[in-house]
Structure formats: C-alpha cells, structure tokens
Design a protein around this ligand. Sequence first.
Ligand code: GLY
Length: 355
Amino acid sequence: MSLNTIDVPASKPYRVMIGPGALDGLGGQAAALCPKAERVCVVSDDAVYPLHGEKAVSSLREAGLAAEAYVLPHGEASKNTDNLIALLNFLTERRFTRSDVLVALGGGVIGDLAGFAAAVYMRGVAYIQCPTTLLSAVDSSVGGKTAVDLPAGKNLMGAFWQPKCVLCDTDTLDTLPDDVFTDGCAEVIKTAILFDPSLFASLSIRGKGFDRADVIARCVRHKSDIVEKDEFDTGLRGLLNLGHTLGHAAELCSDYTLSHGRAVAIGTAVVSRAAARGGFCGHDLPEAVCAILTRFGLPTVTDIPIDRLMEPMLSDKKRSGGVVNVVVPERIGKCVLRPMDAGTLRKFMESGLKP
Ligand code: GLY
C-alpha cells in the first residue's frame, strides 16, 4: 500500500509518511536514517504498547537492531520531569550511546517526552516519531517541539529537536477509543479554521467519517509550511496555538481531567465568540465554529471562572514582556496574532466565556 509522503523543510529536513501499515517500515527507516545505530529504545505507554509495540519491535529486530521497550503509564500526568529522568537513567543503565535511537510510539505525551529525552540525552540523539493518535498525527509529531510539563503549566521545559522521520500508521487509529479520536478532531478543526476553508466545509458535512490518511496529510502539509517559515516559533508558528491559550489554562485548572483536544475546542470556541464580540469577525464565525465542534462531539463552553484561568494564561509560554499573543480568528482560513496585556486579555476571554 503506498504512503502519503510530505517532506518537512526544517533546518534538518525529514519525511513524514502516512498510511496503513507505515509502522512495518520502522526498522528499515531506522537502519537507513541512523546507519551507526545498534540499539533502539521504543518509548510507549501502557495503552498503546500492548496494541502496537510488538509490531514496532519486530520491525526493528528484523532490520538487525537491538530493540528495547520503555513503557509509561498513559495520560498527561506522565509528562513530567520524574519520568524524564527515569527514562534518561534507563538509557544510561542500558548503555545507549550517541549513535543509538529513540522511537516515540504513542500520542502527544509520549512524543513530547521521548522527543525531549532524545534532545537532551548525551546532548542529543536521533529519534523517530510514530504517532498513534489523530492528535499527534496532525500536530505534535511534526515540527520538533518536545517538552515535559512543570507544576506551573504545560510544556514549560522543552527543546526544539526535529525527528529523523515520522511514521504515521493510520491502522493504529482503528484501535483508538472514540473519545481519544474525537480529541484529535479538535486539532484537525483548528487547522481547518487557520488555513483551509475547503477542509472546514468538507468536515462540516462529513463529520468524523473523513478520509483519515488524506486529512492527516493535508493537516501535515499546512503544519510543514509553517515550520518551514518559522521553525523556532518566533512569530508565525504562534498561529498553531489557536484555542491553546485558554485551552492550556483550562487543562491545568481541571487537573488534566479535561483532555487536551476538548480544552482546545473550548479555547477555540471562546476566542471565536470573543473575536465576534470584539468586532474582529462576523457573528457567523463563532456560529460555524461552535456548530462544527458540536457536530464532532466537542465542548464549546466551560464553567471554570476567568479568575482561575488568568494565572495560567499569564504563565503561558506565548507571553513575552507584559503581553500574551492570542490567536484571533477573522474568518475561516485567516487568523491573526494579537498581543494583549493582562487587562485586555481578561476582558477578551471573559466576553468569549459567555455562551
Ligand atoms: N503544536 C504547536 C506547534 O507545533 O507549534
């Protein structure tokens, strides 16, 4: 079966391969891209590894590589410094060298944590992203952002570290629980709002029955364009944070009981309503955004009060000087970054929180 391929022109370019059975090619890709590697550590979680770990490890072994697994409990709570240090200690105990390779087999949590471990282990080793959730396929596995969370907020310790390649096996999406798939749909909808009115229109009609390989490839192409222009997130890449300023704050305030995709959905609905109420777009925009989110089973409101959301919004990485750069939609396919001081941010988000 042929795979969709997208070449990401980052400072260290790499290929994203998308389609059914992509994971079968893991060993071949690792051996070809990292010819000096002898050992590979497959980092995964206890929900994903039992389903897809064997396939990944067999492919690596067939390519002549010694594969070991490192399996974490699933969920955002695992993306912490304790687990990072434990993984680094595991790599030293097993005598992984600078030529060896990490594989991130899982969703965004595993991709971010394994990627960050790869960025810092012996000042940087190669890694391969194998996203197994829709969310990581369309967003976090591409672009080289790696991180763990700190108590003050998400992704506050991290590095830019591009993978050697990304293998997105769309067969893995078949085993996703519906709520996890739905979560990823929030990032697909986000991409459509940012860059792709025709994708937005087709998703509005088809709902979750979209062609997965096709839509993932489309989202990855948009992301690749942004990474090419602003790999190190000094401007344009901030657009990818549509819905994330309030979304990350809501996740933290909920002690991560609110999933990332649902939090982004709420954040996107809030900024859309706030944008219309602030005169930055027509009222048809939040109507269309809330309609598509609802069609996908995603939330559009939260009862977390603005007083609780403000503190984490102000600790957000997107803050610079006294301002937070908020992604504000103007129409489907066009969003802009608007710097807001604390007072403006509060008024803006408070207006969007009202249904
Ligand atoms: N997930 C946002 C970014 O990669 O910049």
